[in-house]
Design a protein around this ligand. Structure first.
Ligand code: SF4
Length: 125
């Protein structure tokens, strides 16, 4: 009987750990990276002003994967026609590879394509 209680406890404890790792709310990621941005600015290593000097976000990057970042919003049905250009976290900085790029609040020190999209998309005010 005692062994069954231990197993149930272990099961629910394990379930909570898995759920905690698997479910990462976009807003939590935003808060995390906003903090990272603020820390970078305090250290005096703010991103370069020109978008062409900053690296592009790699879609294979773990953070990019976590928010389902895709370089072409037209390939993501869940984007529903939205992209970085009309996202509140985006700020145009220039062009790269002949495409508009800009900074994004959740990707410190990098730029995203204007026509990219991710699950943290937030309507521009
Ligand atoms: S959709 Fe918004 S939050 Fe997502 S990568 Fe583009 S600018 Fe950043």
């Amino acid at each position: 009987m005692n062994e069954i209680k231990m197993n149930r406890r272990g099961f629910f404890s394990g379930l909570a750990k898995i759920a905690g790792v698997a479910v990462v709310a976009p807003t939590a990621l935003q808060a995390l990276f906003s903090t990272a941005n603020a820390q970078e600015k305090r250290r005096g290593s703010a991103p370069a002003a020109g978008g062409t000097q900053m690296p592009l976000v790699d879609p294979k990057d773990p953070v990019a994967k976590a928010v389902k970042y895709i370089e072409d919003y037209k390939k993501a049905p869940e984007a529903k026609g939205n992209n970085c250009i009309n996202c509140g976290f985006y700020k145009k900085t220039g062009t790269q590879n002949g495409k508009e790029v800009g900074t994004c609040t959740i990707f410190a020190g990098k730029v995203v394509y204007g026509e990219a999209w991710c699950a943290s998309w937030n309507k521009k005010a």
